[in-house]
Write a protein that binds this ligand. Structure first.
Ligand code: AMP
Length: 533
């Protein structure tokens, strides 16, 4: 058989030939702009020429600091297709973290959305002598010192490019984990892993995306390559729609509706907000077939609520180190005649992707049975799983076994039909009086309370019990609940030792750059809650 390299170029060229008439759609300021794949492809070629003129060549890193928009997507193809590496920077990192990742990656150019120029300035000021080019995307009067304008660069260039061929193991994309402790860790994706991951997520029993779909990733292009949605969409010829900075629920619902979106993806908090808005307006999105929800555990109540609104919610689990998809929850035939089992399984993180191998191990590294109840740490390996962190030997040694198994840091059970259930992060477990409490289990319950909008549960040091659970809760508008009311409700559903000792009411729960609850900060803010004296 032919040994043609698996490459992003192959996805692109197929898209241009087979689906030239399909659309890339993006908000751009107040407008919504549309490009056929063919027009998009010409702009990708122009961008490739412009990159070369900026001195970018094979192996060089190029950073993006951008929303989900068409220019960002152009970088997704042009940068890797000239052999360079696109480093998608999380725009919500603190300035010192942005400065760290730009420096660690050695980025030679940074492409910044016009509306984010102000946001990146403090990071650049931390390292003013770094030699790198800046390119501003979109209309703005505010530029960075020495920066050029994206549209001017493209306009000067021809719209075809003689794409080079290179080894499929070459680096294509770079993403840093939204570290909850320590410096961000980089994961470098190859052309090969990107291609294989895209094929795998397109399967019917995975995201099941097809040519008729209109896909809108709410998940940022800087969060693990928007979970692979750009690549699978162009591969199959689906229209691809991007919201730019309009991530507020009203802006999203407007675009989902006007662009007749059929498939979307994002973290649970986004869908909680969309759900609340749809309910408040008493409207539906009848064309939205399904949403892929992951990044943190989807509370069962969210899944039920979305289903009531006619939206199929597919729970997914993954990690930056896994490109990211590990599992997706699509019904299997196994539980067809077992309604009890189906009810239980449908809320779990789902079944493994065919490109991921897994093990569940105890603290001594011994395999734990896949019986649906035995817990162990999940180890993974596969075609799109990293084997090391980028330029970080210490983190690599801590996270990866010499034979390639990666420690996910997630504790899970797997049932005999292959359904994975994440019990908690190893470090988020709460140890109280010698017993382990899963923060996720208590959060899921709390988020099923009609008056609770959001809840995060974390452990706080306790003089007698070692640690005790505490819940940070955001109430729904119009609900007036006190600590005792919520604890009383929980006590009807949980053992006393599992029930949080304190319920802290907040207006917002602190979040990571990709929208997950930031438990480290909650722990730090409350570390002396149970201190004696
Ligand atoms: P990141 O690489 O930053 O996306 O974080 C990966 C981690 O997020 C995983 O190791 C899990 O702890 C968590 N995570 C992702 N998806 C889920 C999910 N569906 N349920 C529970 N935890 C999840």
């Amino acid at each position: 058989m032919s040994e043609q390299p698996l490459a992003i170029r192959a996805i692109f060229e197929h898209a241009m030939r087979a689906h030239a008439h399909k659309y890339i759609i993006s908000r751009d300021g107040d407008a919504v702009v549309r490009f056929t794949y063919a027009q998009f492809g010409r702009r990708v070629a122009q961008l490739a020429h412009a990159l070369r003129k900026l001195g970018i060549g094979p192996g060089d890193r190029v950073a993006s600091f951008a929303w989900n928009g068409h220019r960002h997507l152009e970088l997704y193809f042009a940068v890797p297709m000239i052999g360079a590496v696109l480093h998608t920077v999380n725009i919500r990192l603190f300035p010192d973290q942005v400065a760290f990742v730009l420096d660690h990656a050695g980025d030679r150019a940074v492409f910044v959305d016009a509306s984010l120029v102000k946001a990146i300035k403090p990071a650049i000021a931390l390292n003013p002598d770094a030699e790198r080019a800046f390119v501003v995307m979109g209309e703005t009067s505010e530029l960075l010192a020495g920066s050029s304008r994206y549209e001017e660069l493209l306009a000067a260039e021809p719209d075809t490019y003689d794409w080079p061929e290179f080894d499929e193991r070459s680096a294509a994309l770079l993403c840093y984990t939204s570290a909850t402790t320590g410096d961000p860790k980089g994961v470098l994706y190859s052309h090969r892993s990107t291609y294989i991951h895209a094929l795998s997520i397109g399967l019917t029993d995975a995201m099941g995306i097809g040519e008729r779909d209109r896909v809108l990733p709410v998940v940022p292009l800087f969060h693990v390559n928007a979970w692979g949605t750009p690549f699978v969409s162009l591969m199959v010829g689906a229209d691809f729609i991007m919201p730019m900075e309009r991530l507020d629920p009203a802006g999203l619902v407007e675009l989902l509706e006007s662009e007749r979106v059929t498939v979307s993806a994002g973290v649970p908090t986004i869908w909680m907000a969309v759900r609340d808005l749809l309910r408040a307006r008493n409207t539906r999105l009848p064309l939205l077939r399904k949403v892929i929800i992951g990044g943190s555990a989807m509370p069962p109540s969210l899944m039920d609520d979305l289903e009531e609104l006619g939206i199929r919610a597919i729970h997914a689990w993954g990690m930056t180190e896994m490109s990211p998809v590990g599992t997706l929850n699509v019904d299997s035939s196994a539980a067809d005649d077992k309604p009890e089992l189906r009810r239980k399984e449908r809320y779990t993180q789902g079944r493994f992707s065919p490109i991921v191998s897994w093990r569940l191990v105890d603290e001594s590294g011994n395999d734990v049975p896949a019986d649906g109840t035995s817990r162990g740490e999940l180890l993974v390996r596969g075609y799109a799983v990293a084997r090391e962190y980028y330029r970080n030997d210490a983190a690599t040694a801590a996270g990866f076994e010499p034979d390639g198994w990666f420690h996910t840091g997630d504790v899970a059970t797997i049932d005999p039909y292959g359904y994975l259930e994440i019990v908690d992060r190893v470090k988020d477990f709460i140890k109280s009086g010698g017993e382990w409490i899963s923060s996720v289990e208590v959060e899921n319950l709390l988020m099923g309370h009609p008056g609770v909008k959001e809840a995060a549960v974390f452990g706080v040091a306790h003089p007698k019990w070692q640690e005790r659970p505490v819940a940070a809760v955001v109430l729904r508008e119009g609900h007036d609940l006190d600590e005792e009311a919520i604890r009383g409700w929980l006590l009807e559903r949980l053992a006393k030792w599992q029930t949080p000792d304190r319920i802290l009411f907040m207006t917002v729960i602190p979040r990571t750059g990709v929208g997950k609850f930031l438990k480290r900060e909650l722990r730090a803010q409350n570390e002396r809650l149970f201190a004696e004296g």
